[in-house]
Ligand binder design. Structure first.
Ligand SMILES: [Zn+2]
Length: 447
């Protein structure tokens, strides 16, 4: 007997939590936080008994895939968590930071005290290309998902009443071309394929075009003496931005332009990235082999403390400020936006997707009057948006990822909003194969 049930990221993007019952073994794949409009769902019961779970497999360290692990442990889960080493290292930073933010809320989902018991259950490491056996019958293996550092897709192979079966979970899969992370790997065979659908109906701008646009917009602004504020996600996007700015620095395009990395979390994540040189793209590996740090350059100033952060405002003249949060929903970036958005010489440059109803979405879609930290701000600064840095595969790349897998019985679509899921389903049916199903939350699927 084997079946699957979804407890999150079915018909939506956040809250990834997938349950597998294979023989006597109960496995959870990811235990993420619901975010945005769905965040109240974090307070609902899991839908299963956490103490019944035998293994938790984690695909990567984004909060929508790991954010409820401390809660899972608090509610009774006490078994092994299987992940790559890099995912564990980054998860430590992300979960502690998340707990710090949650503690400031009137009704915290969990606190810092709940994080260490969860981190203690990590430590069963599996790297890409390796295989591990669970309970003598279930073989699991990872491949690089090319999404963020340490991210994987997962394959489970097992015998069910004498019949050999295999399941692949995509995790979040990256674009074929990434700036710093080594490229995505493909599975060649699986019977049941669970695939994310975040960009099931869209095609991204080409990465090269986005990189040129990013550099061009910065040069224009600093060339006229302006300040560039880049709201950036601490994990992966900030390191990509630093890598591109390093290129500009080496071309002497940033001479005498201070670049502030104003986010303790992003500084810590960047340091952690340097512990995993083997996981980078060839371009980044070459820089490291030459004894250089791919995320450091002479104009870069890391501002860890609040006092250092406030010092940035005393620096006159052109400068670049990278700060979180990526969607301007809190964090130091908001102080900078209040200070710099009213002057037309400046630029707010968005480098990642902005979820509906966030301040980042309001600003990046052209709202000129916004309220930030309770202050009304009239935006005269330029507002730029670079769309091609996405860490997710687009529709074409999702189809390519599925297309190379042989022996598929059915494709199951998860981790997407309804229009993306419906469009991707139609495309798969038309171009790849007849059996494709959009998973609903709580639906039990026999394998
Ligand atoms: Zn992700």
């Amino acid at each position: 007997m084997a079946y699957y049930k979804s407890y999150g990221a079915a018909g939506e993007v956040t809250g990834s939590c997938h349950f597998l019952h294979i023989g006597k073994i109960r496995i959870l794949i990811d235990c993420g936080m619901f975010q945005g409009a769905e965040s109240e769902m974090n307070f609902e019961p899991f839908g299963f008994e956490p103490s019944d779970i035998d293994y938790l497999i984690v695909t990567h360290a984004h909060l929508d895939h790991i954010g409820r692990i401390p809660l899972l442990v608090k509610k009774g889960f006490d078994q092994k968590i299987i992940s790559t080493r890099a995912t564990y290292s980054i998860a430590q930073l992300m979960l502690r930071n998340s707990a710090g933010i949650l503690e400031t809320k009137p009704k915290p989902l969990y606190t810092l005290n709940d994080v260490d018991p969860a981190l203690d259950l990590f430590g069963t490491f599996l790297e890409c290309g390796q295989t591990m056996t669970l309970d003598e019958n279930i073989k699991i293996s990872f491949k690089n998902a090319g999404h963020i550092l340490g991210s994987v897709s997962v394959k489970l192979e097992f015998f069910d009443e004498g019949i050999e079966k295999s399941i692949v979970f995509s995790g979040d899969i990256g674009q074929s071309e990434r700036i710093i992370t080594s490229p995505i790997e493909f599975w060649d065979k699986a019977n049941y394929v669970f695939v994310e659908s975040t960009y099931g109906l869209s095609i991204h701008e080409k990465l090269e075009i986005s990189i040129d646009s990013f550099k061009e917009q910065i040069l224009q602004t600093i060339g006229h003496g302006g300040t560039v504020v880049i709201p950036s996600f601490a994990l992966e996007r900030t390191q990509e931005i630093l890598f591109l700015l390093k290129q500009m620095s080496e071309e002497n395009l940033l001479t005498n332009i201070p670049v502030y990395l104003d986010s303790p979390l992003a500084i810590n994540v960047t340091n952690t990235f340097m512990d995993y040189p083997e996981l980078f793209s060839d371009d980044v590996k070459k820089i490291i082999q030459n004894g250089e740090n791919p995320f450091d350059f002479k104009e870069l100033i890391k501002t860890y403390s609040k006092a250092e952060s406030m010092q940035i405002n005393t620096k006159h003249g052109p400068k670049i400020i990278i700060a979180g949060s990526g969607m301007c929903e809190g964090g130091r970036v908001n102080y900078h936006l209040v200070r710099y958005l009213e002057d037309k010489a400046n630029l707010a440059l968005f480098v990642g997707y902005q979820v509906e109803s966030t301040l980042g979405r309001k600003i990046s879609t052209g709202n000129r009057d916004v309220s930030i930290l309770g202050t009304p701000v009239n935006i005269n600064a330029k507002v730029g948006y670079v769309s091609g840095f996405s860490a997710h595969a687009d529709q074409k790349e999702l189809l390519e990822w599925i297309d190379v897998i042989e022996d598929i019985y059915c494709v199951y679509l998860i981790h997407g909003d309804v229009p993306q899921l419906e469009t991707l389903k139609g495309k798969i049916k038309k171009e790849l194969q007849e059996k494709v199903h959009i998973v609903k939350i709580g639906e039990q699927i026999h394998l």
